[in-house]
Write a protein that binds this ligand. Structure first.
Ligand code: PMP
Length: 394
C-alpha cells in the first residue's frame, strides 16, 4: 500500500515543537505605533521595525488612500506590461535622491529585491562571499543565483581577505554580500574595509540597508552615509517596510546597474508591480525622512536612554554589541527566551523571543522607535528587572 507522501509534515512539526522552535502568529489590532493592541490588550511595542513611527502617520495614510482612489487597488501587471505608473518612477527618483545614486528600482518587497538582484548579477561561473549572519533574503538569493557561495565569519575582514586570496582567481565575477545593520544583532558591517577589499580584488559589493535607511546617516540615507561612503561604487538594497512605514523594496546604484536589473532581475520582471497605495505611502515617507531629521534625533535619544537604563538597572542582561536601534540579549535556550518573552508580555511589553534557525543562539530582540516615550522605556526596563530578580541565574 502506498504511504502518505505528506505524513512527514506532521513529524517535522513535532520535531520543531520539541526543540521549542515552533512559530505562530499573534494578532495586532489598530494602527501601528509605540503601543499596540495585542490579543485585545494594549502593550508597549518593542517588536516593530517602524523605527520612525511612520506606519501609522496620517500623511502616509492619506497618500495611500488618495493613490488608491486615483489609481485603484492593484497595479494589474508587471512593470513591463500593465503595472507601471508615474508614481513608481517618482518613488525611484526619490530613493535615488535620498541615496545620492544615479538611479533606483523599486521591487514588491526587500526580499524580492535581494533575490532578484543577486540572481541577476552572478551565475554558475561566479563566486559569492557572504557574511554568516546575513539576512535570509541574501542567503537565498545566493542559492538562487547558482554561484559558488562561501560564508565568512561575521564581520571578519581578515578571514574574508584570506578567502579572496584563496578563491578569487578561480571565478569570473565575485560578489560580496552583507547586511549593513545586522537585523538580529544590531551591529554594523565594516563597510569601508569591505569597500577596500572589493576594490583590491575587483569584486562587486552589495549592502543591504533594510534596517539603516531612515535611521543612520545625517540625512537618513543609511549606513553608507554614516560611514562617509556616499558616491562609492556599490549596490545598495533596502526595504520600504521598516523606517519608511510602507511595503516594497529597492536597489539603488549606477544608472547602468538599474538598467541592467530592469532587463535581468526575475523578481522584478515577472511579478506584479508595487500597489499604488504602497508606492504613494513610501514616497510620502521619504519626504518626511528628509524634512524631519528630528525624528531620527529622537530615535537615537531613545536608543541612548534605553541602553543606559539597561546598563544601570539590568546589567545582568548583557546586550550584544549594537550601533543601531536593535538591542538584543542572549538567553541560554529557546525555552528560556520564550519564557522571558511571555513574562514581558504579561507585564504589558511586546519584545519577542528570536530563536534558531533564525539566529544561532536564542535571544530577546528589542527595537526602539522615535515615538517611544521615556515612560515606555522605563516600563520595559522595570519589567526586565523584575524578570531578573525572579530568575536569578538565567
Ligand atoms: N533584508 C533584511 C536585512 C531584513 O531584515 C529584511 C526584513 N526582515 C529584508 C531584507 C526583507 O525586506 P522585506 O520585509 O521588505 O521583504
Amino acid at each position: 500500500m502506498a504511504t502518505d507522501p505528506y505524513a512527514w509534515l506532521e513529524q517535522s512539526l513535532t520535531t520543531i515543537r520539541k526543540a521549542d522552535w515552533y512559530r505562530s502568529v499573534q494578532t495586532i489590532n489598530g494602527t501601528p505605533g509605540a503601543t499596540v493592541l495585542l490579543g485585545g490588550r494594549e502593550v508597549i511595542n518593542f517588536a516593530s521595525n517602524d523605527y520612525l513611527g511612520l506606519a501609522g502617520d496620517q500623511r502616509l495614510i492619506k497618500a495611500g488612500v488618495a493613490a488608491t482612489q486615483e489609481f485603484g487597488t492593484g497595479s494589474t501587471g508587471s512593470r513591463l506590461l500593465s503595472g507601471h505608473r508615474e508614481l513608481h518612477r517618482q518613488l525611484e527618483s526619490a530613493i535615488a535622491s535620498l541615496k545620492q545614486t544615479e538611479d533606483a528600482i523599486v521591487f514588491s518587497s526587500g526580499y524580492l529585491a535581494n533575490l532578484g538582484a543577486i540572481a541577476a548579477l552572478v551565475g554558475k561561473r561566479d563566486l559569492i562571499l557572504s557574511d554568516q549572519y546575513n539576512h535570509s533574503s541574501l542567503k537565498n538569493g545566493a542559492i538562487l543565483s547558482g554561484a559558488a557561495v562561501i560564508e565568512y565569519p561575521h564581520c571578519n575582514v581578515t578571514a574574508l581577505r584570506n578567502q579572496l586570496i584563496e578563491n578569487r582567481q578561480n571565478y569570473r565575477r565575485c560578489l560580496i554580500l552583507t547586511d549593513s545593520v545586522f537585523s538580529m544583532d544590531g551591529d554594523l558591517c565594516p563597510l569601508p574595509e569591505l569597500l577596500d577589499l572589493a576594490d583590491e580584488f575587483s569584486c562587486m559589493l552589495l549592502v543591504d540597508e533594510a534596517h539603516a535607511t531612515g535611521v543612520l546617516g545625517k540625512t537618513g540615507a543609511g549606513c553608507v552615509e554614516h560611514f562617509g561612503c556616499t558616491g562609492k561604487q556599490l549596490i545598495q538594497i533596502g526595504t520600504l517596510s521598516k523606517a519608511l512605514g510602507s511595503l516594497g523594496g529597492y536597489v539603488a546604484g549606477s544608472a547602468t546597474l538599474i538598467d541592467f536589473l530592469r532587463n535581468r532581475a526575475p523578481t522584478w520582471i515577472y511579478t506584479t508591480a508595487l500597489s499604488p497605495a504602497d508606492t504613494a505611502a513610501a514616497l510620502a515617507a521619504i519626504e518626511i525622512v528628509q524634512q524631519e531629521p528630528q525624528r531620527r534625533t529622537q530615535l537615537w535619544a531613545n536608543v541612548d536612554y534605553l541602553k543606559k537604563l539597561m546598563q544601570a538597572q539590568v546589567a545582568e542582561l548583557k546586550l550584544l554589541p549594537s550601533a543601531s536601534p536593535i538591542l538584543c540579549f542572549q538567553l541560554p535556550s529557546a525555552a528560556a527566551a520564550l519564557a522571558v518573552g511571555k513574562s514581558l508580555q504579561e507585564a504589558g511589553i511586546f519584545a519577542p523571543a528570536i530563536r534558531p534557525p533564525t539566529v544561532p543562539t536564542s535571544r530577546i530582540r528589542i527595537s526602539a522607535m522615535a515615538t517611544h516615550q521615556a515612560t515606555h522605556i522605563d516600563q520595559l526596563v522595570a519589567a526586565l528587572g523584575e524578570f531578573v530578580i525572579r530568575n536569578q541565574g538565567i
